[in-house]
Ligand binder design. Structure first.
Ligand code: SAM
Ligand code: SF4
Length: 368
């Protein structure tokens, strides 16, 4: 084991410089990092992978993030909205296959009709499954009141990626206006915590203009904000987006992939008991990318259970995997690959973030 990395891996606390060195690890040093992350995973959260059935229920979005293929400004996208029946069918599929949890993800909207519709679907999904299905939402920035309503209706985890914690970079990848505002996004994360959700965030890795210093700061942000879960993965360019202009400044896909794995491994050691998702974008680069992430410390995978017919229209980036496979096809070999990666699939378990339980218990303990 290289001495320099060994010394850092043995330290109790890491400073920004340590994180930068770990982010730059290559070869044997990188393997040492992955090995340590795997040990920590086994000790603190167990060698288990939890499934969250991903329902990409709509690609209508009123925002214009510069990196995203389904941004409002992309007129080439055929827009769709799954019907309530289709969404509930997907929920039933997850429940019957013992996935235990689903994620409802979609473009961002904040109109009354949308808010009410989500609320109703949440109640229906809970009723359909005897309250057994766990529900994560990933529906962007909403008001505190909306977050509370959806929590009341049965959602208990929420994923809102900050995308980058560097304000300057944030405005290089988003317009700067009422709908895209850095402080507002941070506030939304606080509102989620306040509403009682297990709160998740994350970033895109290897964005144009992004440095390892930025990524080290992202990791410190996760720690300081005390997140319960993180979903982060490589940025992958999409031709029909403004950020495509900078494609020549990007590092090769393979390097983006390994940088993402190092982010996951470092985070597992930094925040031992949180849930870390193996992002689908990893699979777009390497067919067994998510399983490699599982070996490097991730413990959540989100198999896509969106009806196949709609998947081609939810293209956030190029080469998005599994767009022509049904939910069954995707899951048949997934379990075998996870087993090869050394984990067992935790069927029928919600797999709540132990960190959430520990942090809320701590808060209870110090109440007068
Ligand atoms: N609209 C919601 C939001 O933005 O929070 C949820 C859906 S959005 C499609 C989910 C995530 O997709 C975003 O947080 C972003 O990180 C990721 N994403 C979008 N475009 C991407 C790209 N080109 N490469 C990698 N990830 C991308
Ligand atoms: Fe809309 Fe989310 Fe894509 Fe931004 S990342 S354009 S909010 S779907």
């Amino acid at each position: 084991m290289s001495e320099r990395i060994q010394k850092i891996l043995e330290k109790e606390d890491w400073n920004r410089n340590d994180l930068i060195q770990l982010l730059n690890a290559t070869g044997e040093q990188q393997q040492d990092l992955f090995k340590k992350a795997h040990e920590i995973k086994e000790k603190y959260v167990g060698l288990k992978t939890y499934y969250r059935g991903l329902v990409e229920f709509s690609n209508y979005c009123y925002k214009n993030c510069y990196y995203c293929g389904i941004r409002a400004g992309n007129k080439n996208v055929e827009r769709y909205d799954l019907t309530d029946e289709q969404i509930l069918e997907a929920v039933q599929f997850a429940h019957q296959n013992k996935y235990a949890s689903v994620v409802f993800q979609g473009g961002e909207r904040d109109d009354k009709e949308f808010i009410e519709r989500i609320e109703n679907i949440l109640y229906k999904a809970k009723a359909l499954t005897n309250n057994e299905i766990g529900i994560t939402l990933s529906l962007g920035e909403q008001t505190l009141e909306t977050y509370q309503r959806w929590f009341e209706a049965g959602a208990h985890r929420y994923l809102l990626r900050i995308e980058t914690t560097n304000k300057e970079l944030f405005y290089k990848i988003h317009p700067q206006n009422r709908k895209h505002n850095f402080e507002r996004r941070i506030q939304a994360l606080y509102d989620l915590k306040r509403s009682g959700y297990q709160t998740g965030t994350g970033v895109m890795i290897a964005l144009p203009f992004q440095t390892t210093e930025h990524l080290a700061d992202d990791l410190l942000f996760f720690k300081n904000f005390d997140v319960d879960m993180v979903g982060m993965g490589p940025y992958i360019e999409h031709k029909e987006t403004p950020l495509y202009e900078f494609k020549d400044a990007l590092i090769p896909l393979k390097d983006r992939f390994y940088l993402s794995l190092r982010m996951i491994a470092i985070l597992r050691i930094l925040m031992k008991d949180i849930n870390i998702a193996a992002a689908t974008a990893l699979q777009a680069i390497d067919p067994i990318g998510r399983e490699k992430a599982v070996k490097a410390g991730a413990n959540v995978i989100m198999p896509n259970i969106t009806p196949t017919i709609n998947r081609t229209n939810y293209q956030l980036y190029e080469n998005k995997p599994c767009i022509d496979e049904g939910a069954d096809d995707c899951t048949t070999c997934l379990e075998a690959r996870i087993t090869i990666a050394g984990d067992t699939v935790a069927y029928g378990e919600w797999g709540d973030s132990p960190h959430f339980k520990n942090r809320t218990k701590k808060a209870e303990d110090i109440k007068p």
